[in-house]
Design a protein. Structure first.
Length: 265
């Protein structure tokens, strides 16, 4: 059995990951932790996430539970995930955290030279298929269509645009041989002038309890093609993370994404 540790276990995603581990073939929850001082520390993880008692108390640090597991699943915050990947060197790790800065990404890439890491802004199977599809569409349509990305999430989400929207923009820019740093447009207001042919628009909506919606628009003259993914709940992300955890433990050291996990490359 693959022994799994869950970071941020009392949070929204941590709870759903623990639910998805119930009955998952070949995997078992071995440990769970939260930040020091969190009110859920020392409580039974099952009761905290709405399951029967599991006999596993939520720890107050990774160090307390790290020896118990084979793979760590982390959907927390950039600073926390970065510290965890450094501590978990030698273990396998699945990171679904978003909002990493360029320097932080560099540190993760460096740490992954001595670990096995799956890092993806979105663990959904459907979204990862979307990454592949929009790249193919962009190559076929080429420069004749304007590209716009619109993402919508719940009002509590802290980073913007979403990591998924940024990944969509990156794969489309790569397919079109454009530099996203030069052509990305993240807001429009006032007399901004005519849209350029090369720009890729990435727009953000934050409202209510929207789990996650991403729309890629390829706008041509006389027609428009839209590729849409809507997440109805967080279980698709959690299910993908569990799938990634089962996959990464048998891989060589290095940095991977969900495209690797799903065999889409």
């Amino acid at each position: 059995m693959i022994k799994v540790i869950v970071a941020g276990a009392a949070g929204r995603m941590g709870g759903r990951i623990i639910h998805m581990l119930e009955g998952a073939q070949g995997l078992v929850l071995a440990g769970a932790f939260e930040k020091t001082g969190h009110p859920a520390v020392d409580q039974d993880i099952g009761e905290v996430v709405g399951l029967p008692k599991k006999g596993i108390l939520i720890a107050g640090s990774l160090a307390e539970v790290l020896p118990q597991g084979d793979v760590l699943i982390d959907f927390t915050h950039p600073e926390v995930s970065l510290e965890n990947v450094k501590q978990a060197a030698g273990k396998a790790m699945v990171i679904g955290t978003t909002g990493f800065s360029a320097p932080q990404m560099g540190q993760i890439m460096e740490a992954a030279q001595h670990a096995r890491v799956v890092l993806a802004p979105n663990m959904s199977v459907g979204v990862n298929l979307m990454f592949k599809v929009v790249a193919d569409i962009a190559q076929i349509l080429s420069s004749g269509y304007d590209v716009e990305i619109v993402e919508a999430h719940h009002r509590l989400k802290k980073d913007a645009p979403s990591g998924t929207a940024m990944k969509l923009a990156q794969v489309i820019a790569a397919a079109l041989e454009r530099d996203l740093d030069q052509v990305g447009v993240y807001e429009r207001k006032g007399m901004i002038g005519q849209r350029t042919d090369a720009e890729i628009g990435i727009q953000t909506v934050r409202a209510g309890d929207i789990v996650g919606e991403h729309t890629v628009i390829f706008g041509g003259i006389g027609e428009r093609l839209e590729i849409i993914h809507r997440a109805h709940n967080r279980d698709n992300f959690a299910r993908g993370a569990v799938r990634a955890a089962a996959w990464i433990v048998n891989q060589p050291q290095g940095l991977y994404d969900m495209q690797d996990v799903l065999g889409l490359k």
